[in-house]
Design a protein around this ligand. Structure first.
Ligand code: PEP
Length: 255
């Protein structure tokens, strides 16, 4: 498969960082630094930063994403945010199934699937995160874990919808730990995700889906990770909070 047929996507996941004024400051630095990017550039920011983020990036090549959404249209779900709320603001992407949501907030593949379907139905592009725990890797069941997550998270997602979905391979042991998967490990699992998509949909569909790597990707290791044929971009946590580092990763993806 010719990698150039897929769009490289670099997305920042700010997690619970940056107040609205800090978000404005960071995006004001990011926008000029990535203006010549030859890849998709996204900043996924806390809900309270969405408004200022959309305003600050208006008319630029930086797109804005949320970090989660609920599956119901509305109702008695205190503290939750619906896809309609995000759409009306101008949000285009949403991170779903991040390992921190799974680990600390009890999210399951079933709820990730519900959120994914709701996001797609609303016209949002989900970035669906999958990844194994260190213990699962050590027990040599990485492929089983990933295949299960992909099958469950994408259950009932149509071929047309999966083409609007980004998959982020994020080994849990590499998130926020400074331990990056080697480029070979990232390629091996991203390739496995693609072959799983080929079985579930078709090779053509699998070849068209963007699969990111995430887990301590930074300005020093991005080049090597992104050079791999099945690694189409990155979901970046810590390094997305520093404009120069994020811009350097965007530059690596633009080559
Ligand atoms: C993430 O939060 O998705 C992530 C990959 O974080 P970090 O880059 O900090 O490991």
């Amino acid at each position: 498969m010719d990698k150039t047929k897929r769009k490289a996507v670099i997305a920042g996941n700010w997690k619970m960082n940056k107040t609205p004024s800090e978000a404005k400051e960071l995006l004001t630095a990011i926008v000029p630094a990535v203006k010549d990017a030859d890849c998709e550039v996204i900043a996924c920011v806390p809900y309270v930063d969405l408004s200022v983020a959309i305003e600050t990036t208006k008319g630029t090549n930086v797109k804005i994403g949320a970090e989660n959404c609920h599956w119901a249209e509305k109702g008695a779900f205190t503290g939750e945010i619906s896809t309609g709320m995000l759409k009306e603001m101008g949000v285009e992407y949403v991170v779903l199934g991040h390992s921190e949501r799974r680990q600390y907030f009890g999210e399951t593949d079933e709820t990730v699937n519900k959120r994914t379907k709701a996001a797609l139905a609303a016209g949002l592009k989900p970035i669906v995160c999958v990844g194994e725990l260190l213990w699962e890797r050590e027990c040599d069941i990485t492929e089983e874990v990933i295949a299960r997550q992909i099958k469950l998270d994408l259950f009932d997602v149509t071929e047309e919808e999966v083409l609007n979905t980004i998959i982020a391979y994020e080994p849990v042991w590499a998130i926020g730990t400074g331990k990056t998967a080697t480029a070979e490990q990232a390629e091996e699992v991203c390739g496995f995700i693609r072959s799983t998509l080929a079985k579930l949909y078709s090779q053509d569909v699998a070849d068209a889906v963007t699969i990111q790597y995430g887990g301590s990707m930074n300005d020093c290791n991005a080049d090597e990770l992104l050079s791999k044929k099945d690694v189409d971009g990155g979901l970046i946590g810590g390094a997305s909070l520093v404009a120069e580092k994020f811009a350097a990763i965007v530059k690596a993806a633009s080559k």
